[in-house]
Write a protein that binds this ligand. Sequence first.
Ligand SMILES: Cc1cc2nc3c(=O)[nH]c(=O)nc-3n(C[C@H](O)[C@H](O)[C@H](O)COP(=O)(O)OP(=O)(O)OC[C@H]3O[C@@H](n4cnc5c(N)ncnc54)[C@H](O)[C@@H]3O)c2cc1C
Length: 329
Amino acid sequence: MSLLLENFDFVRPTSLEHLNDLVKDYQEKGHEFTFSAGGTALIPKLKTQSFKIDKFISLNGLKDLHNVKKEGFYITIGALTTLSTIANHELTRIYLPALAHATRKVASPQIRNRATIGGNIMVDNRCIYINQSSINRECHSPCFKADGDVCHLVKSARRGDEVLCQARFVSDTAPILLLLNTKITIAGPKGPRKIKLGDLYLNDGIDSKSIEPGEVITTLEVEIPENTGLHYEKLAIRNALDFPSLGVAVRITDKDLSVALTGVNTRPGVFRANLDDYNTFDDMVSNISKQAADFGKTYNQDFFPRAYRKSMIPVFIRRGVNSILKDQT
Ligand SMILES: Cc1cc2nc3c(=O)[nH]c(=O)nc-3n(C[C@H](O)[C@H](O)[C@H](O)COP(=O)(O)OP(=O)(O)OC[C@H]3O[C@@H](n4cnc5c(N)ncnc54)[C@H](O)[C@@H]3O)c2cc1C
């Protein structure tokens, strides 16, 4: 098993202009490059050689992207802000406590001290057949995500299929951010653009993000919720260091209920139900729970049995709803 990094050049631009110039230059010369923020997901991936690069671009020199600010009805968070900062920052604790709570669910304190929010929403999809050493991967034939020709979970999958790879989406912060209608600003050689966070995510486990090569996320704009209860619950074997086998965020306002899922599909799932469309609140919860459970694909790619993960989706939704209602009384 190789845990050594291959050689690459390390560069650390200090402005977005410098970054864009580097990207243009590397693209023209055909260099393979990657961006690193905290490096907590990227370095293990480079060590296990699931991909190779010749230029390692550290984003940490972009000083303007390490901040949390209140701007009107929004909290803006620089993409390089660490998860520890978000968990402890006065503005997030006052205005976005559910996000502060979700960041504390990521990995461990040491990792959260380095890991950034931009890296968390961009974290690569995972599967037990790809997140292994190269030697381990060679014991199976390489899967599609390892440039091979098979999916060990869905044997019938063929190149050209809409969803080629079932590697699952695992960010712990994305569900709450999605329920807070977060928008992200993306910068790149073609100039900046702003999109809804939900539009970042695609169906396939290999090409799982809509970001173009050379583009970076610079800022998250998170809506400050009003008259809202929010809750995030995570299923993992251990309280620290394990990715979510399932993560469920629940939001209740006086008019509607929304739910967002992580860990059970190639992208996050978001479901909304309007109270006016149901006879009772309970009917609304049952209906949204059914939609969410149907979305959970739960292949055998995790510690927990697939049926258990699926069956926990409605349980976590009920738990979230009950916890919010209890806090409101
Ligand atoms: C042992 C262990 C346990 C973990 N547990 C969890 C967990 O429980 N929950 C969880 O959500 N994650 C977990 N992680 C994954 C990871 O630590 C976090 O997701 C972390 O937030 C990633 O942030 P980072 O800054 O370190 O990203 P990096 O590792 O630097 O980058 C991750 C990816 O995002 C890209 N990227 C980073 N920043 C940007 C940006 N601004 N714009 C565009 N692309 C960008 C990188 O190119 C890379 O592809 C775990 C990792 C480890 C090693």
